[in-house]
Design a protein around this ligand. Sequence first.
Ligand SMILES: Nc1nc2c(c(=O)[nH]1)N[C@H]1C(S)=C(S)[C@@H](COP(=O)(O)O)O[C@H]1N2
Ligand SMILES: [Mo]
Length: 318
Amino acid sequence: MIIKTIKNIPGSEITDPLVFQQRRTIIKALAAMMLNGTSIRNSWAEPAKPIWSAVPQNRFSANALDITPADQVKNYNNYYEFAFNKEDPSSLAQNLRIDPWSVEIAGEVEKPGIYQLEDILRQQTIQEYIYRFRCVEAWSMVVPWVGFSLGDWLKTAQPLSTAKFVKLTSVYQPDTMPKQGNNAMLEWPYVEGLRIDEAMHPLTILATGMYGDILPKQNGAPLRLVVPWKYGFKSIKAVVKIELLKRPPISSWNKFAPNEYGFYANVNPNVPHPRWSQNSERQLGSGFFTPRRQTELFNGYAEQVAHMYRDMDLRHFF
Ligand SMILES: Nc1nc2c(c(=O)[nH]1)N[C@H]1C(S)=C(S)[C@@H](COP(=O)(O)O)O[C@H]1N2
Ligand SMILES: [Mo]
């Protein structure tokens, strides 16, 4: 499969230097995978060297932001399939099997299908996106994700005019995910949803890497959603299925506590969580004396996204 992939990309046929550069990166990545281990799974577990370091910046990527140190982002995780604390997912998630990986597109589309991860990555424009990320628990970070536009990919499946919402589903792997095995807390698998315009928005990405490298399993490998203007729980990890629907899906946290976790979950300092203020946030990795950051409406992305909510009461649709 991998060998066939490499043969299929003659550099001479590619004119756009960005595309050429990007495909070279992928070829190098695939070659590195073959050299430093016999399978992709090995290199995911133990990446020998950064493989996404040469990808171009997306136009929404904010170079001016202070990037959170990688070790903080890799060792402070919300991943309830593995643990309810933030310390254990980084070790427990290493058991997750992510090779082979495929993602199904289904529902209100002209062309439903099941796609192998390496084919998706080969066909989509892989870029770096430096984004703010704000958890509903009032901590935040800045992460250089590597990924591609969800909307660009969905367009290839040709959404029907009846597609109004998108449902995303995480992997169900109870033998490696202890909380799924125990049937604990949420209903499994983890489910999230977006309105179709939110899913098609160019800020919305599927990430497969971060910090120029492969995405760690605890951060959602091999493919996770990132919606930077919404609370972190919307950014579902280890995605295996994407369905386009006529009606809104019921997302996991919304079902668990509907008065605390809304469907929209747009970052909003003016709408408190029932149990705490959303007015400010602790920046992950900042020192003890660093002041909290003032939370911004739509997490600082109002210019790009506010128009989608112009006629909505954000207190009601929280
Ligand atoms: N499948 C799944 N996706 C998930 C979660 C989860 O528990 N399971 N937690 C969410 C929450 S609450 C947050 S804040 C982010 C955390 O992402 P990170 O560990 O990469 O920081 O993932 C989100 N995606
Ligand atoms: Mo979160």
